[in-house]
Design a protein around this ligand. Structure first.
Ligand SMILES: Cc1cc2nc3c(=O)[nH]c(=O)nc-3n(C[C@H](O)[C@H](O)[C@H](O)COP(=O)(O)OP(=O)(O)OC[C@H]3O[C@@H](n4cnc5c(N)ncnc54)[C@H](O)[C@@H]3O)c2cc1C
Length: 561
């Protein structure tokens, strides 16, 4: 990615065919789709890339088994096809995980779930609608080129305990086993942005769009304010795309006058992270009952166990959603009952909350029942707003948006994103580790950056200090901080600890004081030309950012803020 200074120069006062507001997964997808169809594109992000909902998901690339209950069949089918495609396009970053639904001695397996899983299998196949002969002839081709999940099956107690040994004390019976996929949501956003830049899109974070410029009632650009200097600048654009997720109804005063606009019904979801010594799901993910016919997940993620999520209407501050106290208790109660553990807040290594950009339909449905379908709106100014949807369906949302641009301009410009690889895969064994960098770090770098991991390793090779871990005992390297500042427009410690790496979520108690954040501030300062005083201030500012995100739910109350 260009540096911020270079990107600002390329964007301020310039003219583009498309300006995208918002640097979450949706905005990144629109930037990639439009740029790869030949449009000149600028993307403006108010805070940091993925700082909104796109860093706060359950990190699943999935069809959403749960939505079958609501008969949202179109959405599930669409998401399952995207899941399959994403494993092909970003094999280093999107990986299948076995999910288990165990039954216990006194219970029988839930037959409704069996039926649901059958539907999930059928909907996941790319072969729907093909004749037997077509299926036979394309089978070899599919197997060579496409990952496709095995069908769900029933596994016996022994196989279940091999996958999830920690369930032994609960004396489980057999279980359903099926597959879904996992990722790092933020790294997926960065990977898409990286590809968008390859096609010529220019991206800038730390710039808030404050106005949609109108001429003769038509949207002709945006005005934005740069966070550090406070300077206002304008960008002319033939097309303005609003991809601001849960903030979508706050963009452009003209929007509020329109009848046909999205009304966002925010819903908060809380997640918890636990040490695998305290709670392990082995090599699988577990679906955990959580009362009133609801379920939560316990997933292996970055060597920790991720537990989530809740889904409740939210009328709090959508800029800084906190993990709710009652939500934390609810999630802990569910995992304690399921695994027979006695975990409490004090055991949490991290927590976070995100707000879903659900679209209100006007009827008083609960957030859990509102569809996750994306909606595209076009107001009389010509501005397009794309919101709702899921992390998994970003590519379809982007296609839908850019298809509309192409259609209204009468261009011949088909969508290519189903064929554009996202980053380049690298296997850990292909990466050469310098002295002092362990296997775990190399595997994590290969997952996070693919082939670009070589740039991190080269830095670590050239400077032994950068081969050190950011947090003792965790595999993330200080060289990643340098890369974040040089190539990913990181501006502060929180950009690195919450998004470029996920250490803030995975090791919050270890990052409780400014001294622990100091190595990150030092490495950023070396790249960004900070004075010693600024470095100290930035390390201290991390504490405020961590408190604002509520990641350290285990902290004693007075320091948890
Ligand atoms: C708890 C939870 C769990 C989820 N789990 C999953 C899951 O496992 N799988 C899945 O597929 N989906 C999941 N989702 C849904 C998914 O995360 C979202 O649909 C997706 O991330 C939304 O992305 P977005 O880009 O539309 O919004 P955002 O990521 O919120 O991006 C909008 C961006 O716009 C920026 N912005 C706002 N105002 C301005 C402005 N004035 N100027 C410039 N920029 C601005 C914001 O800073 C933000 O970065 C989950 C959601 C939640 C809340």
């Amino acid at each position: 990615m260009l540096t911020r200074a270079a990107a600002l120069e390329e964007i301020a006062g310039q003219r583009f065919e498309v300006v995208v507001i918002g640097g979450g997964i949706t905005g990144a997808g629109v930037a990639l789709d439009a740029a790869s169809r030949g449009y000149s594109v600028a993307l403006l992000e108010r805070g940091d890339y993925a700082i909104g909902t796109s860093s706060r998901s359950s990190k699943m690339i999935h069809g959403g088994l749960r939505y079958l209950q609501n008969f949202d069949l179109g959405l599930v089918r669409e998401a399952l096809l995207e899941r399959q495609l994403l494993v092909q396009l970003a094999p280093h970053l999107v990986y299948p995980t076995p999910f288990v639904v165990p039954s216990f001695a006194e219970e029988r397996r839930d037959r409704r779930l069996g039926i649901g899983l059958n539907m999930y299998d059928v909907m996941a196949t790319t072969r729907v609608g093909r004749s037997r002969r077509e299926m036979r002839s394309s089978k070899q081709e599919d197997e060579d080129f496409y990952w496709s999940p095995d069908r769900h099956r029933t596994i016996d107690r022994d196989e279940l305990l091999e996958l999830v040994p920690s369930l032994e004390p609960r004396d489980p019976g057999d279980a359903y086993l099926f597959y879904d996929c996992q990722t790092d949501d933020v790294r997926l956003v960065f990977t898409i942005l990286g590809e968008a830049e390859r096609f010529g899109a220019v991206m800038l974070n730390g710039v808030e769009v404050t106005e949609v410029l109108l001429r003769g009632g038509r949207a002709v650009g945006v005005a934005a304010v740069e966070a550090e200097s406070g300077e206002r600048f304008e960008v002319e654009a033939e097309n303005v795309v609003n991809a601001t997720g849960v903030w979508a109804d706050r963009i452009g005063p003209e929007l509020t006058e329109e009848e046909d606009i999205p009304r966002i019904a925010p819903s908060r979801g809380t997640h918890l992270l636990l040490d695998r010594d305290d709670l392990s799901t082995g090599s699988a993910a577990c679906i955990v009952p959580a009362g009133e016919d609801r379920h939560i997940f316990a997933l292996p993620w970055y060597g920790r166990t991720l537990v989530g999520t809740t889904d409740n209407d939210f009328d709090g501050d959508i800029d800084h959603p906190h993990p709710g106290g009652a939500d934390i208790e609810y999630l802990l109660d569910a995992v304690n009952a399921f695994f027979g553990t006695e975990l409490s807040r004090a055991d949490l290594v991290g927590a976070y909350a995100g707000v879903r950009p659900l679209i209100s339909t006007g009827d008083p449905k609960k957030s859990v029942d509102i569809s996750r379908k994306a909606e595209l709106y076009e107001t009389s100014s010509g501005m397009l707003t794309i919101t709702g949807g899921k992390l998994t369906t970003w590519r379809r949302m982007a296609k839908q948006t850019v298809d509309r641009l192409v259609e209204r301009e009468g261009r011949e410009a088909p969508c290519h994103t189903a064929e554009i690889p996202l980053g380049m895969e690298a296997r850990p064994e292909d990466l050469e580790a310098p002295e002092g960098v362990g296997e775990e770090s190399v595997a994590q770098l290969a997952f996070r950056y693919g082939h670009a991991a070589r740039a991190v390793l080269d830095l670590a090779r050239a400077d032994a200090r950068l081969a050190e871990p950011i947090v003792p005992g965790r595999p993330d390297l200080l060289a990643e901080v340098t890369i974040a500042a040089r190539l990913e427009q990181a501006r502060c410690v929180a950009d690195v600890l919450l998004r470029r790496t996920r250490l803030g979520l995975l090791a919050a108690p270890q990052l409780r004081d400014a001294a622990a954040a100091r190595p990150v501030a030092d490495a950023l300062g070396a790249e960004l030309g900070w004075s010693r005083r600024r470095v100290k201030r930035e390390a201290e500012a991390w504490l405020g950012a961590a408190a604002e995100a509520g990641i350290d739910a285990a902290a004693p109350v007075d320091s948890a803020a």
